[in-house]
Write a protein that binds this ligand. Structure first.
Ligand code: SF4
Ligand code: SF4
Length: 295
């Protein structure tokens, strides 16, 4: 059995990528299973999806803790302790990251393949935020057991209802990624049965400790939703005329007035919805891709 785990953010098509990969595996003659695991269902919040592909019936259930392949759609998750995309990896795990950085710089102690999916998505789809076809193509190729026509069939099936132009773009994107990546060497553990962990018996805590009750008042500021951001709004202060429309329109109230009267974005809590950039009358708010770890 091959166990694949995908990491990305809400809105990037991670769940669809796992479905495409499972379908492609099925069309290539294997058994398949795929499912997502959401946290907060918000655009930008970390999302995980799992795919199992096997020659035999898949009796295993639940999240994949020791994957053979980890596909990371957003490199900013690499150092995020809440997402921990490398959790459960060992030196034999095949790791793929959507990045234009050198693979060695992304995760020490691991062998990493890196391809800039964002630019390829922009090129084929005119959209740099939707990685479903791209990530499934990367997974299918790394696995080395899926044929290109089966992948393309899976992409087409999962994208039922999109325009012919969008479908064509996704097929071309999947084909290009399949052709530029080489199959990986998957370790023997791919064929080994899952070793069951011993049962964990939860302690009976006092209800105040054991239930999700927030006792600390006014603690929202501690949750840094800036960590969800995949694109950063950047005010062009050379052009900005301090009309403060962005301040009024930000749904999270994270644009404040600086002492000199200029609008100032609180990047700890700006989640990158980019509504401010759309609303600025002069289009003086630019967007740049987030590529680093959130402080
Ligand atoms: S992108 Fe703009 S509108 Fe959205 S949360 Fe950040 S500052 Fe507010
Ligand atoms: S909406 Fe645009 S011009 Fe107005 S304050 Fe914001 S950035 Fe400046």
């Amino acid at each position: 059995m091959w166990r694949i785990r995908m990491h990305g953010r809400g809105g990037q098509g991670i769940k669809t990528a796992s479905q495409m990969l499972g379908s492609a595996g099925f069309y290539s003659g294997f058994q398949a299973q795929d499912f997502p695991l959401y946290g907060a269902e918000r655009r930008g919040a970390p999302v995980i999806a799992f795919t199992r592909i096997s020659k035999d019936a898949i009796l295993e259930r639940g999240p994949i803790s020791s994957p053979d392949i980890i596909l990371i759609g957003d490199e900013t998750l690499l150092n995020d302790p809440q997402s921990a995309p490398l959790c459960g990896a060992d030196p034999s795990t095949v790791i793929f990251v959507n990045s234009d950085r050198m693979p060695e710089s992304l995760a020490s102690n691991f062998s990493v393949t890196a391809v800039n999916l964002t630019d390829l998505c922009l090129q084929h789809l005119d959209n740099r935020m939707v990685y479903s076809s791209a990530l499934s193509a990367a997974g299918a190729r790394l696995l080395g057991i899926i044929e290109l026509p089966d992948l393309l069939q899976a992409v087409e099936d999962e994208l039922t209802g999109v325009s012919s132009q969008v479908l064509r773009g996704n097929l071309n994107l999947a084909r290009e990624i399949f052709e530029i990546i080489q199959p990986a060497v998957i370790s023997e553990k791919a064929n080994s049965p899952l070793i069951a962990k011993s049962l964990v018996f939860p302690q009976h805590l006092p209800v105040v400790d054991g239930a999700p009750i927030i006792l600390d008042p006014g603690n929202m500021a501690l949750r840094k939703t800036g960590n969800w951001r995949v694109e950063r709004p950047k005010i062009d202060y050379e052009q900005c005329n301090n009309c403060m429309i962005c301040y009024a329109r930000c749904p999270d109230g994270v644009i404040r007035t600086a002492p000199d009267g200029r609008p100032e974005i609180d990047y700890d809590h700006c989640k990158g919805c980019l509504i401010c950039a759309q609303e600025c009358p002069g289009h003086f708010i630019n967007t740049v891709r987030e590529t680093g770890m959130f402080p």
